[in-house]
Each structure stands twice: as structure tokens, then as C-alpha cells.
Design a protein around this ligand. Structure first.
Ligand code: BTN
Length: 278
């Protein structure tokens, strides 16, 4: 039996639209997934969720689409969004966190995502700081969070998730095939997008609740248990700054700790990490 069927909703053939009613019927989340804004096609679910948030949308509303014409990744990159194959969704959050702690939502979401995909796969997914989900070194999912804050409070956070499910390697552009994977690629069978979606919403809901109630410290051991880069030489790039050193882990705030070539502990709050000696 493919792992997806263990989760209660059988896989629909790829190319079939998401059954949002079925997802809602299985959902027992607390705050996330209150309202679904479903689109066959959209520019970017994150962009639309930001528009909704600006116009007063509530915490927990979700924008989800079958395909994105301008799917956005981190650092201005494009997110490949083939139709009816994967999950592309964005949550509107109105957290009771300080602006300083808002970036930890990305880390909490990474914990939720590895727990979700780990429950469907017989493989150990890992986190590449800050927010790539990898299996066997290939990217399975990504997170793009965008926040609107003033000095004292967070107005809203849009939490966008792209998760490759029934995206066959053969259908990927040539440049992705060596570094991107999908759940179907890893299991050898089509996976129910609805099952993954239900589990993902519930895991995100739980991890987000833990973050708000207890802080990132409560989630850090689980994040660390999936950290892909510990002990590896890495190059971290931020703008025109580069740090080369050995990744140690993350600190209480979620910053990446790298011991640089001079033996100094560097605390990196944002940037792109490239594993060296891979
Ligand atoms: C990354 O790893 O670079 C982040 C990828 C985030 C992609 C998702 S898909 C749903 C949401 N809408 C977007 O335009 N981007 C995010």
C-alpha cells in the first residue's frame, strides 16, 4: 500500500483538481484553514494573500492554486508551479509575536513541513537553513514568508509553501532534475494531494501554536534533529558579504551559527547557504 493511502484519502490521478470540500471535511485544525480561496490559476498565492491581508483578511485564511504563473521563491527566484501536480498555498497569519520574533515563523513552518513529509515517506527529510526541505540532498519543498510590521507589532505574515508531490522528474526542466525531487519520485507512486494538505495544515497549525505559546525554544530540538548542514563547510552569501566556515546549528533566535575560518562564531540572520565539499 503506498504511504499516502495510509493517511486516509486515496490518491486521485494526477491532473485532477484538488477536492477542497474533502480536505475541509478531514480537517480538525484550530486556527489555520478557516477559509479557502481556491484558484485554478493565479499569479502567486503569496501576492494574492498579501492583497487579502491588506484588505483585512483574517488569520487562518488560505490561498491555494493549481498553478502559478509567477510563482515566487526566495531571493527573487522563480518557483516552478506545474498544474494539478503539487501544492502551492499561502496562509494569512496575524501572530501575537514581536517583529523581532516573526522570522521564527519560517523555522516553525520548516519543522511542520519535515514532520508532514516525514509521515508520508520512508526517508528522513532534512532542513537546509533557513527553509529548504530536502530529501537525499534534493529539494522537495520551500517556504516564502513575507511580513508587514511596524516597530512594535506585526500586522500580518504571509506564509507561502510550495511542496512537490506528483511532479515527475521527467516533467521537470532540465536544470532542476539533478537538484529537485517530489513525493511521487521518492515513493514511486502518486500521492494524494488532499491527504498531504490536511496533514500539512494540521502540522503547521500545531507548530505555529507552539511557537506563539512557548517560543522557538520549544521547537528548536526538532528543528536541530533535521538540520542538514551540521558540521559541514558552507559558504553563506548575503548581498556582497560572504562567510565561509563550518555550520554548527542555530541559536535561540533561529540565526545560523557558523564557525568561520578564523575560528570566530558568526551568527547569520539571513542569507543563502551553499554547502561546500558536497
Ligand atoms: C523557496 O524555497 O525559494 C521558497 C519557495 C516558496 C514557493 C511558494 S509556492 C506558494 C507560495 N506562492 C509563491 O509565489 N511562493 C510560495
Amino acid at each position: 500500500m503506498p504511504p499516502s493511502e495510509l493517511q486516509g484519502i486515496a490518491a486521485t490521478p494526477s491532473g485532477v483538481a484538488l477536492d477542497i470540500a474533502r480536505v475541509r471535511a478531514h480537517l480538525s485544525a484550530i486556527r489555520l484553514g478557516t477559509t479557502f480561496h481556491y484558484f485554478q490559476e493565479i499569479g502567486s498565492t503569496n501576492t494574492h494573500a498579501r492583497d487579502l491581508a491588506e484588505h483585512g483578511a483574517h488569520e487562518g485564511e488560505v490561498v491555494i492554486a493549481e498553478t502559478q504563473i509567477h510563482g515566487r521563491g526566495r531571493l527573487g527566484r522563480r518557483w516552478e508551479s506545474p498544474p494539478f501536480a503539487n501544492l502551492y498555498l499561502s496562509f494569512i497569519l496575524r501572530p501575537s509575536l514581536s517583529p523581532r520574533h516573526a522570522p521564527q515563523i519560517t523555522l516553525a513552518a520548516a519543522v511542520a513541513l519535515v514532520e508532514t513529509v516525514g509521515s508520508f515517506l520512508f526517508r528522513h527529510p532534512s532542513i537546509k537553513w533557513p527553509n529548504d526541505i530536502l530529501v537525499d540532498g534534493k529539494k522537495l519543498a520551500g517556504i516564502l514568508t513575507e511580513a508587514a510590521c511596524d516597530a512594535e507589532r506585526v500586522d500580518y505574515v504571509v506564509l507561502g509553501v510550495g511542496l512537490n508531490i506528483n511532479y515527475s522528474v521527467a516533467a521537470m526542466p532540465e536544470e532542476l532534475r539533478q537538484r529537485v525531487t517530489s513525493m511521487a519520485d521518492l515513493t514511486g507512486a502518486n500521492v494524494s494531494r488532499e491527504s498531504v494538505l490536511v496533514r500539512l495544515i494540521q502540522d503547521l497549525d500545531r507548530c505555529y501554536g507552539e511557537l506563539e505559546e512557548s517560543g522557538f525554544e520549544a521547537l528548536r530540538p526538532r528543528w536541530e534533529a533535521h538540520f542538514a548542514l551540521r558540521g559541514q563547510r558552507v559558504q553563506v552569501e548575503r548581498g556582497d558579504q560572504t562567510v565561509i566556515g563550518v555550520a554548527q546549528g542555530i541559536d535561540r533566535e533561529g540565526a545560523l551559527i557558523v564557525e568561520d575560518e578564523q575560528g570566530q562564531q558568526r551568527s547569520i540572520v539571513a542569507g543563502d547557504v551553499i554547502p561546500l565539499d558536497a
